[in-house]
Write a protein that binds this ligand. Sequence first.
Ligand code: NAI
Ligand code: BAL
Length: 506
Amino acid sequence: MTDISLDAIAEWTHRDWQQYAAKLPIDGRMLCGGDRVDAADGETVETINPATGAVVGHIARARSRDIDRAVAAGVSAHRAGAWSRMAPRDRAAVLFRWAALIERHAAEFCALDTVEMGRPIADMVHVDMPEALKTIRFFAESVDKITGTTTATASDVLHYTLHQPLGVVGAISPWNYPLLMAIWKVAPALAAGNSVILKPAEQAALSSLRMGDLFVEAGGPADAFAVVPGLGEEAGAALGLHMQVDKVTFTGSAAVGKELMKAAGASNLKQVALECGGKSPQLLFADLPDLDRAVDAAIDGIFANMGEVCNAGSRLLVQKSIYDKVQQRFAERAPGRYVPGDPLDPNVTCGPLVEYAAQDRVQGYKLCAEREGARKLFEETLRPELSAGAYVAPTAYADVRPDMTIAQEEIFGPVTAMIPFADEDEAIRIANDSIYGLAAGIWTSNLSTAHRCVRDLEAGTIWVNTFDDGDMTQPFGGWKQSGNSRDKCFESMLEYTQSKSAWVQV
Ligand SMILES: NC(=O)C1=CN([C@@H]2O[C@H](COP(=O)(O)OP(=O)(O)OC[C@H]3O[C@@H](n4cnc5c(N)ncnc54)[C@H](O)[C@@H]3O)[C@@H](O)[C@H]2O)C=CC1
Ligand code: BAL
């Protein structure tokens, strides 16, 4: 069913979504050369709805032979130039048509991500879809803004630089915002004129496959964009090791990021762009301007999307003089805000985790927190009728020490760690005591405190008196083991180009 506007689906009820999801067409074959095809050996991987345990469908289990095929097509597309040398305005026109087609299929994209990974449908409708469309349109508008330079050099020389596409880009995307995270990688890489091979996460690949179909329908050259699903250690690793892939761009765990850097060294020294998660602190100073707003941001910052967010505010650092008040306000304001339920219900803000293994892992962290002496401040009610799903009750721990496991490791679930601090120096020390450095939030009325924290916090994004806000102009990416590149923003598109210097004797 197409041509249902985003405004129309914003009005759909739980029953509407259930009926729609029950009839969703599922095609898990890979997209290569503009056609849907089986993996070379015909094998598939089951995908499961984590809210119910039901099988959603089967996706192709691509391996290195399939990756070879997609890369060969991408290389010939690049050399033939149908995409890489297309006039920028014409490339932009394809991208705009692509966005329009995705918008016409909004219901399908929203439902696919919700049934595959449990993201609440309301978040798909109000956040991921609009953001995905904005991303494609932003990079479509940026295509003809890439400029080279001429330099002031000798009078008998013309020296200029060009930004040209890299060639073939392998994009390896995660499951936590399946459509949106894939588009953050694919849209700038395509806009810059590269051929792209997308390897979506095996838990939630269906929206990526549909996005690929629509690129071809929009007039994109068939060989310029392939979507090759499969397991990370097979299809993903094959992309990382491929001799003709010029860059791998990845969002996921730091452990896999390290594997991809090793693979680049063991193969062709391809560029490796990494966005690898974090352990982001929110710092609540005693002079914060609005306690309720800060506490709500603390709650949303960890419980939205079930905490399966790379920049989740998973450490809550609170100045000692307001520590009791913040705990009390958190315990008053959190109940009812993220009550687990069927993610197809537009009133539900908290779905299941992506899979049962994640549920076990996050429950393990909760046990570990209690074993290490943290105090449970809040735990949301988990209704027994949800026991078939991979649900975890949103939980907050207080009296967490900075060296405790839940203060150090990325939990990727709805679990927060409240840590007291005495003064600004101690807050900065605790905040920076992490292998990660993706983002941080500061809550204060003091301009000097804010600017000093912005200066001293080791993170790629710092929010002041807000959290997890931004737009397409904002670079998104991390310091330390959170990564080495930036998504969104005009500059991220330049990361998918290489410069060439032309020195012309006149
Ligand atoms: N930065 C973020 O937004 C994300 C962070 N994570 C973190 O990673 C943890 C584990 O989640 P996973 O799904 O296992 O993440 P992961 O890093 O294994 O998976 C992310 C992507 O990498 C692929 N992949 C896995 N192994 C690979 C390999 N050897 N070579 C190439 N590609 C490979 C996967 O198929 C998927 O497409 C989470 O608990 C969370 O801490 C996971 C997903 C997103
Ligand atoms: N907050 C969007 C980026 C991510 O979670 O991967």
